[in-house]
Structures are given as structure tokens and as C-alpha cells.
Design a binder for this molecule. Structure first.
Ligand SMILES: C[S@@+](CC[C@H](N)C(=O)[O-])C[C@H]1O[C@@H](n2cnc3c(N)ncnc32)[C@H](O)[C@@H]1O
Length: 420
């Protein structure tokens, strides 16, 4: 048993309780809370509280809006006032990178997520339970995603009842349905439903799928042939349009089930403008371009853009996005690590969480005047910068954008300029 006041927060957003020579990380607690921890487990070199009693509440707390707060793994920080969330994010970023930067809050902190991947298990349909990757919280609502969450989940439950299809059993790896993915175009009102399943649907099942999800503008069945725990399969359009659209100010983006799209439509303009603010010259290389989120936006502002991206679905989307917006941008399939960095004025890199790795050295050798590093992982950015990028670039500016309210995640836009 350990009792005391939480004085600090870890880089991944857990309250840190220190007493004598003992240290425990306590999920869902914040600096100022007084807690009693009865039981903890060892995880990757640290002790994590399994449950705790809150003896005194921190003044930083607010009442969480979601009834599932405390068990659902989606939101660790919903119990924290929004301005404190922002302050702590900037502090964590500074602790990890040594850079003090301004943070811009999300214009909307409820209903901002444009996608949710609900796991389908016999115990429940919803999001993963915190710390228990094999268990789902049976969700009634999800205020960070959509007011319509109960409707979506109700449709799925009815569909399961009628068809007799079995939810996935993660323990013995049997069952039919694995994930329900719902995407909403927040500024277009369009909805995409994608069911990720381990079995092929019969005609009857497809008929029921269409009936229960008749509100969707785009309906997909994705056949999952692997056991990996991700909401991906071989997509097949069942009904409606192959894409839904999202509108970010004057730019339209097409969204497809198998390509990444920034999850917070309301904060996205802030991210795009932060990137735009750091671009110099005319010719821009958009590396890790996804569906062309940055490239198409910049082309619409008059920059000449080329993009490189690994996922062919995303590249197809990016080129179609350029076409439907009538802008000068071209996107190609490729690996960032193998892309010759030629004659550009600015290179934008927006790598996955693991960071640039070998691509960092390429950037260094390319020696383009300006680089913009968009990072969702400050630790990976720090490593890429310290090990490689600082040979060529100095950090000129940093803006943090809160793309992920109620979580400890941080999005940073870093302006890198070649030494003069
Ligand atoms: C964080 S997402 C950013 C996408 C895009 N910039 C956006 O904002 O929508 C990272 C993207 O990098 C792509 N990717 C991952 N590894 C890659 C690699 N080695 N070379 C090129 N692209 C890669 C992923 O498919 C994904 O689309």
C-alpha cells in the first residue's frame, strides 16, 4: 500500500506517486490529487497502479463528461481542466525536448474526433479498457467522437442479433466481427461505416448490413485475413459512395477506409496554418504525405507541391484530392528513406510515431534550405534532431497544436532552417 500526493505527471500522462524510495504511476490521476494505491503491477520497468482510492481531489480536476472515464483507454485526461491539459502538454514537450513552445488549443473539445474504431468482443462493443488490451469497455456513448455514437452502436448490436454473427474472441481468436469503424465528415455531415471482419459475408448478411446502417453515405465490408490487432482488411464497397468528404475551410479531402486522415477536423486548420507559416520559397516536398493533407492545402495557396507516401491507397486519394480541388500537386508512392531530396525550397516531414530514422540522414544530406518536422512523438523528434538533423539545421520556431484533447498526446510543428 502506498499513500500520498501526486506531484508530477509522466511523459505518457500518468500521475506519479513517490513515497520514500517507492514510485508508482497512477493512471487517471493528476498533480495535486491525494491517492491510496493498494495494488500495482510491473510493466516495462515501472510500477503501474491497478486501482486506487482518491482521497483528496486536485484543484486541476474537472468533472469528466463521459460515464466510461476511468476504465476506457480512450481518454486519460478527461478529469483535467482543459487549460491544465494544455499547460501540462507544453511542460511535457519542454521536459522531453528542452524546447519551450506555445500551444494552441483545439477549437472544439467535444465531438471533435472524425473517426472511431470500436472493437467488437463478446464482453462488449466499444474501446479498449485501459491497461487491458484484450478487454473492451461496452460503450454507451463517446463524447469525444460523436453524439450519434449510441445510434451507431445500437445498429451494430441489432445487426449482430439478427445475423447471428459472432463477435471476435481475442482469447481463443475465433469469431466473425473484429472492428466497427465509423468516420464522420464533421463539416460535410457525411458518414462512412466500415465493418472489419474475419469472415466473408453472405448476400443475406450484406442485405442486413445495408438495412441497419442505411444512414451511412458509404458502407464497406473489410475482410481481415491476418490476426493483427488493427482495423484493416481488404476493403469492399457494399453500398453508397467509395469515399466520404471532409471540408477544411476551402479545401475538400476525400476519405477512404484504408488511409490515415488527421483525426481532429476542428484543430486541423490550426495545424495546416502552422505548417504554412513555416514554408519558404515555392517548391515544396511533402514527405509522408498521406492523403495530401498538407500538400493539397499548400498547393491551394499557390505552392508547387510534390508528395511521397508509402500507402498506395493514400497516394490515390492525394492525387484525387489535388484534382478535385483543382491544384498543382502530384503525389507518388515511395519510401521516404529512398526518396532523393532534390531541388526544393522546403521539405515537410510528418513521419509515423517511430520518427524519421534513416530518412533523417537523407534530409541532412539533401540540405534543402528549410524543413518542417510535424511530430506526434516528441521523443522520436528529439532523437532524430540530436542524432542527425542538427548537423544541418537549427530550430527556428515551434508551435504545438492540441489535436488530441483529453489525452496526453502532443502534436508539434518544428521549423528547421539550414545554418547560414
Ligand atoms: C502521421 S501520418 C501523416 C500523413 C499526412 N501528412 C497527413 O497529415 O495526413 C504518416 C504517414 O506516413 C506514411 N508512411 C509510413 N512509413 C512511411 C515511409 N517509410 N515512407 C513514406 N511514407 C510512410 C503512412 O502511410 C502515413 O500516411
Amino acid at each position: 500500500m502506498l499513500k500520498g500526493r501526486i506531484k508530477d505527471i509522466s511523459d505518457d500522462g500518468l500521475g506519479v506517486l513517490e513515497s520514500g524510495d517507492k514510485l508508482v504511476h497512477v493512471p487517471f490521476t493528476y498533480p495535486g490529487d491525494v491517492v491510496r494505491v493498494e495494488k500495482a503491477k510491473r510493466r516495462f520497468g515501472r510500477r503501474i497502479a491497478l486501482n486506487f482510492e482518491l482521497i483528496e481531489k486536485s484543484p486541476l480536476r474537472q468533472r469528466p463528461r463521459c460515464p466510461h472515464f476511468g476504465t476506457c483507454g480512450g481518454c486519460l485526461w478527461q478529469g483535467l481542466k482543459y487549460k491544465e491539459q494544455l499547460r501540462l502538454k507544453a511542460e511535457i514537450f519542454e521536459k522531453v525536448t528542452g524546447i519551450r513552445a506555445k500551444i494552441k488549443g483545439s477549437p472544439k473539445i467535444w465531438g471533435f474526433r472524425n473517426v472511431s474504431n470500436f472493437i467488437v468482443t463478446a464482453e462488449g462493443i466499444g474501446l479498449k479498457e485501459y491497461g487491458k488490451p484484450l478487454s473492451a469497455v461496452d460503450l454507451k456513448e463517446c463524447p469525444v467522437f460523436s453524439k450519434k455514437t449510441p445510434e451507431y452502436l445500437h445498429s451494430l448490436r441489432e445487426f449482430l442479433n439478427e445475423t447471428g454473427l459472432k463477435p471476435w474472441n481475442p482469447k481463443d481468436k475465433t469469431g466473425d466481427l473484429r472492428y466497427l469503424q465509423v468516420r464522420e465528415g464533421k463539416f460535410t455531415g457525411e458518414v462512412m461505416v466500415n465493418l472489419i471482419a474475419h469472415t466473408e459475408p453472405s448476400e443475406e448478411v450484406l442485405g442486413a448490413f445495408e438495412d441497419y446502417f442505411s444512414f451511412a453515405d458509404s458502407l464497406y465490408w473489410s475482410l481481415k485475413r491476418d490476426e493483427r490487432d488493427d482495423p484493416r482488411g481488404e476493403v469492399e464497397l457494399v453500398a453508397g459512395k467509395p469515399h466520404i468528404r471532409e471540408r477544411i475551410e476551402d479545401v475538400i479531402y476525400l476519405i477512404h477506409p484504408n488511409s490515415f486522415f488527421q483525426t481532429n477536423s476542428y484543430a486541423l486548420p490550426l495545424l495546416l496554418k502552422a505548417v504554412e507559416g513555416f514554408v519558404g520559397g515555392e517548391r515544396v516536398l511533402d514527405l509522408y504525405s498521406g492523403v495530401g493533407t498538407f500538400g493539397v492545402w499548400l498547393a491551394e495557396k499557390g505552392f508547387r507541391v510534390e508528395g511521397v507516401e508509402l500507402n498506395p491507397f493514400a497516394v490515390e486519394m492525394a492525387n484525387r484530392n489535388a484534382e478535385i480541388n483543382g491544384v498543382d500537386a502530384i503525389f507518388n508512392v515511395g519510401r521516404a528513406e529512398e526518396t532523393p531530396i532534390g531541388d526544393y525550397d522546403t521539405v515537410i516531414v510528418d513521419p509515423p510515431r517511430k520518427g524519421l530514422k534513416e530518412a533523417a540522414e537523407l534530409l541532412v544530406r539533401g540540405g534543402v534550405e528549410r524543413a518542417i518536422y510535424v511530430s506526434c512523438n516528441p521523443k522520436a523528434f528529439k532523437l532524430d534532431y540530436e542524432r542527425h538533423l542538427k548537423k544541418t539545421y537549427r530550430i527556428e520556431g515551434v508551435v504545438l497544436i492540441d489535436m488530441f484533447p483529453h489525452t496526453p498526446h502532443i502534436e508539434a510543428v518544428v521549423e528547421l532552417v539550414k545554418y547560414g
